[in-house]
Design a protein around this ligand. Structure first.
Ligand SMILES: Nc1nc2c(ncn2[C@@H]2O[C@H](COP(=O)(O)OP(=O)(O)OP(=O)(O)O)[C@@H](O)[C@H]2O)c(=O)[nH]1
Ligand SMILES: [Mg+2]
Length: 668
């Protein structure tokens, strides 16, 4: 099915591909001419990976039976000519279902048994253990078979009350939320904890990830969903029934999970077909829908134009039957355009900024390195020109001078050694606070405080105290980084003055970013700890799962902070090494040149011509680098803004492998 969401996602990934192409040109050029260092190489690699594998996660969230799965079917799977994801009255989707495409795996449905909750492992850990999952191959070309296989996500099992309690589906403290027992005293629980659908859908191939969730207010909701999957989604579609309006449980879900960042929240008022009334005129029905929209927007505190009234069922049927008027009537296209028009430019702007930053960083670095080399060549030229018409004795004197200067310069090595010693000590001290041992210790301390107080309030307090300590650690690392920078700055100034280096510091590592990431984790976890589900933390299994989940999130922040700090320092040291090497090489060249001139006077002009040619080459590099980074910037800035709009307007089909034609032309 071709629509605006598809074409703008397609334009976005075409733009990303074109940028990767440009980046590769830059990287090749830098590597070929030895114009890179550890920091530049790492940032280029990171950027290429990010552009190449960037995922766009859209989550569909609602109370059960509001039509999440039906909406996903209508937007993404109408091509199959039938309902692909199961959508039936009552509870249907029993576990979170993630739809994505990984080309290294065959099309399949992977199911994680619910019993994996018992060993306290987090979903993040289990993702890397293929053995933990049951895998079913999918026949994507056969819609009947596909739909049949996907019915697995509805599977439930009947277990004893004790088992249900252990799995987190029974809570003696909240009897009103517990599921009903059957005549044998058993409880119905989902059979699976998580499902992954690996499907080569064109949109999924472009990096889209769709998350279908089970009704969320249910006791036993997967904490990972609340803490990991939903906060990291780029957009959330919250679905309500137009027939029911905002119910109390809808509101609870909205407040608990979605009340944050409004920009990427889309509210759908589904099932508007249910408002059709044979006794009312079409205008009266439209007015009623408009009134529902206003009321919903008011209750949720969002602008009315963020609420999309539609009928997923009608849209699916219209697409299956190629009924264009029916599709218009379903009002689904308005939501799809909004998703495409608002989401993609937002993602693009973010990536654009990262690319622009990287390109100026590269340009800066290359300019400095080339200017340095050119300065040495200019000095040599000056010296050699001074030799024109000079006697053999004068040449001998010059040779002695070079030797003396070389010896004088070599005195810098002791100075450098001392600086390196201080530097590595300071760096080591700074990194200790970011180590995973330290992190584990801090989290352990929180866990001890939580187990000592079983009340919800105590858990929250212990968690907040942990966050405060962790912010303290990041702050200390930031301060340590600044002190290192100050120390190096002072040493560089001295080395430059005394030994003719041209050492310059890069802007310091950006540690504030990690503080912001920590704050984000803090926010989503605090929200979770405010929920009644948090009571489950009193069960050791859940406490363990919570701890592991938290640990894995925090570890990413701390490891990245540590890596960034290390990389910055490595690059500062590498700069010293590179300049030391270059200076030594330059002394050697001067000596060689003098010796050659001493042997034959004609050598002087040859050498001068050589230096001139070398300088021309370097100037060529400067120009070529500017050209390449300019092209990169241009691609980042204007590569799609116009084209994307054109593609949306033309409603071009999503292309599969190659970049969209307009972008390919721009790339060529
Ligand atoms: N009349 C009408 N029914 C709809 C519409 N969308 C979905 N339904 C029906 O509502 C029921 C629930 O839809 P689902 O897509 O299973 O709902 P869900 O939100 O995924 O529910 P869970 O998987 O249980 O969380 C199904 O019978 C759908 O056919 C709609 O636009 N109009
Ligand atoms: Mg569903």
């Amino acid at each position: 099915m071709i629509h605006t969401f598809a074409s703008s996602l397609d334009a976005l990934s075409g733009w990303r591909r074109a940028l990767v192409g440009r980046l590769e040109e830059v990287a090749r050029f830098l590597a070929d001419h030895d114009l890179t260092d550890a920091q530049i190489a790492a940032s280029l690699d990171g950027l290429r990976e990010r552009l190449g594998q960037e995922k766009l996660v859209v989550a569909f969230v609602a109370e059960f039976s509001r039509g999440k799965s039906e909406l996903i079917n209508a937007i993404f799977f109408a091509d199959a000519g039938r309902r692909v994801l199961p959508a039936t009255p009552g509870r249907t989707t029993m576990c979170p279902v993630e739809l994505a495409w990984d080309a290294d795996e065959p099309p399949s449905l992977a199911l994680l048994p619910i019993e994996t909750r018992l060993n306290g492992q987090s979903l993040g850990e289990l993702r890397t253990q293929p053995k933990a999952w049951k895998r079913i191959e999918l026949e994507v070309g056969d819609p009947e078979h596909l739909a049949d296989s996907l019915r697995e996500v509805m599977r439930t099992a009947w277990v004893s009350k004790e088992q249900a309690r252990a799995l987190g589906f029974w809570d003696d403290e909240q009897p009103e939320d517990n599921p009903p027992l059957d005549e044998l005293g058993r409880v119905e629980v989902p059979a699976w904890r998580h499902a992954l659908i690996n499907h080569p859908h064109p949109l999924l191939k472009q990096g889209l990830v769709v998350l279908d969730t089970p009704g969320l207010n249910a006791i036993g909701a997967e904490p990972e969903l609340t803490l990991g999957l939903l906060p990291s989604a780029h957009a959330t579609v919250f679905i309500l029934g137009a027939d029911t309006g905002v119910t109390k449980s809808d509101l609870a879900i909205w407040r608990d999970h979605l009340s944050g960042d409004a920009l990427s929240r889309f509210v759908v008022l589904n099932k508007i077909d249910a408002l059709i009334d044979p006794l009312a005129t079409p205008q009266q029905v439209r007015d009623q829908i408009a009134a529902q929209v206003t009321e919903t927007a008011r209750t949720l505190g969002v602008p009315a134009d963020r609420v999309y009234p539609l009928s997923a069922r009608q849209a699916l049927a219209a697409r299956v039957n190629h009924d264009d008027p029916g599709l218009v009537e379903s009002r689904l296209p308005a939501l799809e355009s909004a998703l495409g028009e608002q989401l993609m430019p937002q993602r693009r702007a973010l990536l654009e900024r990262v690319v622009l930053d990287a390109s100026s960083q590269i340009e800066h670095f290359v300019a400095r390195r080339l200017a340095d080399s050119r300065r040495h060549l200019a000095e040599q030229t000056l010296e050699l020109r001074g030799l024109r018409g000079k006697s053999g004795a004068k040449l001998q004197l010059m040779l002695q001078r070079v030797d003396a200067e070389t010896a004088e310069f070599e005195a810098c090595t002791t100075r450098l050694q001392a600086m390196r010693a201080v530097h590595s000590r300071m760096l080591k001290d700074t990194l200790v606070g970011l180590s995973s041992d330290r992190l584990r210790e801090e989290v352990g301390q929180m866990q001890a405080a939580m187990s000592a107080s079983l009340l919800n309030l105590g858990a929250k307090k212990a968690f907040l105290a942990l966050c405060q300590r962790l912010h303290g650690l990041l702050g200390a690392a930031h301060k340590g980084g600044r002190e290192i920078r100050d120390m190096l700055g002072a040493s560089f100034a001295k080395l430059n003055a005394e030994f003719g280096f041209s050492l310059a510091l890069n802007p310091g590592p950006d540690m504030e970013r990690f503080g912001a990431e920590l704050t984000l984790i803090e926010k989503s976890y605090v929200q979770y700890l405010g929920l009644s589900q948090a009571l489950r933390l009193s069960q050791p299994k859940f406490m363990e799962q919570f701890r592991r989940m938290l640990m894995s999130k925090l570890r990413v922040v701390f490891e990245n902070a540590s890596a960034e700090l290390e990389l910055w320092n490595k690059s500062a040291s590498a700069q010293v090494d590179a300049q030391l090497r270059e200076r030594r090489r330059s002394f050697r060249r001067r000596r060689d040149a003098l010796e050659r001139v001493q042997a034959a006077a004609s050598e002087l002009e040859t050498r001068l011509a050589e230096i001139d040619a070398q300088d021309q080459r370097l100037q060529g590099f400067v120009a070529r680098c500017a050209e390449l980074t300019d092209a990169l910037r241009q691609q980042a800035r204007t590569g799609t803004r116009g084209e994307m709009a054109t593609m949306i307007a033309l409603d071009l089909p999503p292309s599969d492998e190659p970049a969209p034609p307009l972008l390919r032309r721009a790339h060529a």
